[in-house]
Design a protein around this ligand. Structure first.
Ligand code: HEM
Length: 518
C-alpha cells in the first residue's frame, strides 16, 4: 500500500562488483535485481546484523521476501544504490490508486474483463478517486495513528471535508445536493453503490481502530439529527459544522447498565420548572468518537419512555478513554453527564418516542459495517495469497501444500459470497424508498451482517493458521492478519450482536409468513 518514497538511482553495477562488497566495512546485497548498500544499516536492522553478514555480497531476494513485507523496501528505498547491469526490477510496487493484480484481491466488478450489472461509469470514477485519496492521504496517517493510539488529525479531517468525503459518510441524501464529490461526481448522483464504494475503500487503510475514529460516530448520529431535528435552523447549523469538519458528533446510547437493551437505560433527562431545558444525568459506555465529540446524540429516560436529545459538550460532560482490543484512535469513551442543561429544541423526534429515532439508522449502520468487513476479508485473502506464494517451507512455496489451498478456497468463497449478497441487498436499497427499506430490509441486513461476521471469524482463523507465529505478531509480515484476527469482533458486536441480528432476520421472516397452513 505504501508508495515509493524515492526513485531508484540510475547507477548500474555488475554482480561481480556486488560480490566484492562482502564485509562489514562495505556490505552490499541484491534484492530484486537492485543493489542495496547495508553498511550503515547493519546495526539498525530489526532482524539483527548476523543475518545480514551472512548474505553480504549475495543475491538475497528470496531470503528477503521470505521475511519482509514489500513496503519495507519502499520505506528504506534510500539504501538502494543502483540496478544490476542488463536486469530490471520484477516486483510490482503499489502506486496510489492502483488496483491489485492478485486474484480475488479486488471485487469482481473491478477485475479486468469481468462485468457487473450494478456499477456505472460514475461508480468507477468515484472508486478510482477514493482509492487514490485513501492510498495517498489516509493510509500513512491511519497506520501511524493505529499504532500510537492518537486521534485523526484536523489536517486530514479538513482534507476530507474539502473533498466532500465527510459528507458522503451519511449515505445518499439532500445533504449532498450541490456538492461535487471525488472523481467529479455530482452529489445528486450518489446512490448506495457509491456509498458501498466509499465504505470499502476507506477500510483499505487497514487500521480498524482508526477506521472507526474517522467520523464513524458522525455517520451514525448526524443522520438522526437530520431526520428527526424539530428545529430546522439547529439541524442546518450542526450539519454544516460537522460536514465542514469544524465539529464532531457521536451516538451515545449504550451504558454499563444496558447494551442493546435500550429499555434498561438509566441516563435521565428531566425538564426544568420553566420548561426551557432538559437536565441530563447519567453515564454512557463504549461511545465511538466520544473522546473528541462536540455533540452527543444521547438516549435518555424521560417522563414516560425513552427520548433522544442532541447534547452539546460543556464543562459538565466528562469523557474518559476506554482501552479496547483495537486502537484508541477510535476515541472510544466512557461519558458522564452531570446536570447538563440542554435547550428543549435539542430534542430529536417526539418526547418518549425515541425508539424510532434510534431504529431509523440501524439498517444503514449495519449495512455499512458489512461493506467494511467484506473488504477486510478480501484484504486478508490477498495477504494470504501473497504470503503463501512467497513463503518457502520444506523447500517449496507454502501454496504447494494442499491444506493451504483448501483454506484459501474456503476464504475466497466466503469473501465472494458475502460481497455478492451485499451487492444484491444494496441494489434493493437503491430501488426501495425509505419506508419500504425500513419495513423490508431490516431482516435481510441483519442476516447479512451476522453471516458476514461469522465468515470473518472463519477467515481470520484460517489466515492466522496460514501465517503461523507471524499471524500473532503486530509488526512484520503478518501484521494485517494479526490485526484482523484481533479486531473482526468489532463488526460482530457493534451495531447489533451476531445472534441478535440473526434472530431479527428470522423474526422478520415470521411476520411475513402467510397466515394460512401451507
Ligand atoms: C534492504 C534490506 C533490508 C531491510 C531494509 C530490512 C528491514 C527489516 C525490518 C524493517 C524488519 C522488521 C520486521 C518488519 O517490519 O518486516 C526486518 C526484520 C528481519 N530481517 Fe530484514 N531487512 C533487510 C534485509 C534483510 C535480509 C537480506 C535478511 C536475511 C537474509 C533479513 C533478515 C531479517 C530477519 C530474520 C528479520 C526478523 C524477521 C521476523 O521477526 O520475522 N533482512 N528487516
Amino acid at each position: 500500500m505504501a508508495q515509493k518514497t524515492s526513485q531508484t538511482p540510475s547507477r548500474t553495477l555488475t554482480r561481480a562488483e556486488v560480490a566484492k562488497n562482502n564485509t562489514e566495512d562495505s556490505l552490499w546485497c541484491i534484492i530484486d535485481h537492485q543493489v542495496y548498500d547495508l553498511t550503515d544499516f547493519v546495526d539498525a536492522h530489526p532482524g539483527g546484523s548476523v543475518v545480514l553478514r551472512q548474505i553480504a555480497g549475495q543475491d538475497a531476494t528470496s531470503a528477503f521476501y521470505n521475511l519482509h513485507r514489500q513496503e519495507v523496501l519502499q520505506k528504506y528505498a534510500s539504501l538502494c544504490i543502483g540496478t544490476i547491469e542488463g536486469e530490471k526490477a520484477e516486483v510490482i510496487s503499489h502506486q496510489a490508486g492502483d488496483l491489485s493484480r492478485v486474484p480475488y484481491a479486488e471485487p469482481l466488478w473491478l477485475t479486468p474483463i469481468f462485468k457487473s450489472p450494478y456499477y456505472s461509469e460514475s461508480h468507477r470514477k468515484l472508486q478510482r478517486a477514493v482509492r487514490e485519496f485513501v492510498d495517498r492521504d489516509i493510509y500513512p496517517e491511519a497506520q501511524q495513528k493505529e499504532e500510537d493510539g492518537t486521534y485523526i488529525s484536523q489536517e486530514l479531517v479538513d482534507k476530507m471535508a474539502a473533498n466532500n468525503l465527510l459528507a458522503t459518510r451519511l449515505g445518499p441524501g439532500k445533504h449532498l445536493a450541490g456538492r461535487t464529490l471525488l472523481g467529479g461526481i455530482p452529489g445528486e448522483e450518489f446512490d448506495y453503490f457509491h456509498d458501498l464504494i466509499v465504505a470499502q475503500e476507506l477500510s483499505r487503510a487497514v487500521s480498524r481502530g482508526f477506521q472507526d475514529g474517522n467520523a464513524s460516530g458522525m455517520m451514525i448520529s448526524l443522520t438522526a439529527v437530520r431526520q428527526w431535528a424539530n428545529d430546522a435552523a439547529l439541524r442546518d447549523r450542526v450539519t454544516d459544522e460537522c460536514l465542514s469538519g469544524r465539529k464532531f458528533m457521536c451516538l451515545a446510547i449504550t451504558e454499563a447498565f444496558a447494551g442493546s437493551d435500550v429499555a434498561g437505560i438509566r441516563t435521565t433527562a428531566t425538564k426544568t420548572a420553566d420548561g426551557k431545558h432538559y437536565v441530563i444525568n447519567g453515564t454512557k459506555k463504549w461511545i465511538t468518537n466520544g473522546m473528541f465529540a462536540d455533540y452527543f446524540v444521547t438516549g435518555c429516560r424521560t417522563g414516560n419512555g425513552f427520548s433522544v436529545i442532541l447534547v452539546p459538550r460543556d464543562d459538565n460532560v466528562t469523557t474518559r478513554k476506554i482501552k479496547t482490543s483495537y486502537s484508541t484512535a477510535a476515541a472510544t469513551a466512557y461519558i458522564e453527564f452531570d446536570n447538563v442543561h440542554v435547550p428543549v429544541n435539542h430534542l430529536l423526534g417526539k418526547e418518549d418516542q425515541g425508539f424510532i429515532v434510534i431504529m431509523s439508522n440501524f439498517n444503514h449502520e449495519r449495512w455499512a459495517m458489512t461493506c467494511g468487513v467484506a473488504r477486510w476479508m478480501r484484504t486478508i485473502v490477498e495477504e494470504c495469497l501473497k504470503w503463501s506464494h512467497q513463503r518457502i517451507v520444506f523447500g517449496k512455496p507454502l501454496i504447494q501444500q494442499p491444506v493451504i489451498r483448501q483454506k484459501l478456497a474456503a476464504m475466497i468463497s466466503r469473501t465472494e459470497a458475502v460481497q455478492a449478497w451485499l451487492e444484491s441487498v444494496t441494489y434493493q436499497m437503491c430501488n426501495l424508498d425509505y419506508a419500504q427499506q425500513s419495513k423490508l430490509l431490516g431482516g435481510p441486513i441483519g442476516l447479512l451482517k451476522s453471516y458476514a461476521t461469522r465468515c470473518a471469524h472463519e477467515v481470520a482463523d484460517d489466515a492466522v493458521n496460514i501465517f503461523g507465529g507471524r499471524g500473532l505478531t503486530q509488526s512484520g509480515m503478518g501484521k494485517v492478519v494479526e490485526q484482523f484476527h484481533r479486531t473482526y469482533k468489532f463488526d460482530a458486536i457493534l451495531g447489533g450482536a451476531e445472534e441478535v441480528l440473526a434472530d431479527l432476520g428470522v423474526r422478520q421472516a415470521m411476520k411475513q409468513m402467510p397466515k394460512a397452513m401451507l
